[in-house]
Design a protein around this ligand. Structure first.
Ligand code: ZN
Length: 199
């Protein structure tokens, strides 16, 4: 009980501090934070940031719960096109795209929520890829896991730098996907069209 009362207060305190900072940032940028359109912007921004970094407080074991199930198969299972939104820690701007996860059983149905838990933080794409792969290895103890992220980085696109690299593909392989070239090439055939993946 006491815990439940305490938590929102802490959050409100945090939100109020962010609001204050954003109001002053708007002023520094030459805006009038008191004009109608901006009046609630610091509050909305603080709430958005709280949501976009909520992954820090997610408990993966709780998310996964009893969703683990055994599969009597050693075929590659692929979960493709999982929506991915994260924040680049260098510019606090979004990067977004798709995640593809492959594993050789055991199976798990909560993969998108695990991806959310790690992407709703300040991130760099390479670390995010590795963290998802390592978490899946920890909870699945599988024969192999492959995580491939394709993402566009607004911090590059909006600032007009490295436009040709603003779309980035990263991958992280564990177990048989790393050790066995045949299995890896089978995976790449199944995924098709992603190309240019790097470890
Ligand atoms: Zn950036």
């Amino acid at each position: 009980m006491a815990k439940k009362v305490k938590k929102p207060q802490k959050s409100n305190e945090k939100l109020a501090k962010i609001e204050k900072n954003i109001r002053s940032t708007l002023q520094i940028l030459g805006e009038n934070p008191k004009r109608e359109g901006l009046l609630d912007t610091p509050k909305r921004y603080a709430k958005a940031m709280e949501f976009l970094t909520s992954g820090y407080t997610n408990d993966i074991d709780q998310i996964v719960g009893d969703a683990l199930f055994q599969e009597n198969s050693s075929e590659i299972v692929i979960v493709r096109d999982i929506e991915l939104f994260s924040l680049c820690e260098h510019h606090l701007l979004p990067f977004y795209g798709k995640a593809h996860v492959a594993y050789i059983p055991n199976g798990l149905s909560k993969i998108p929520r695990i991806i959310d838990a790690y992407s709703r933080r300040l991130q760099v794409q390479e670390r995010l890829t590795t963290q998802i792969a390592e978490e899946l290895v920890r909870i699945l103890n599988p024969l192999g896991v492959a995580v491939i992220l394709e993402a566009s980085h607004l911090c590059m696109m909006m600032r007009g730098v490295e436009k040709q690299n603003s779309y980035t593909v990263t991958s992280s392989m564990r177990g048989v996907f790393r050790e066995d070239p045949m299995t890896r090439s089978e995976l790449m055939d199944l995924l098709g069209g992603l190309g240019n993946t790097r470890r």
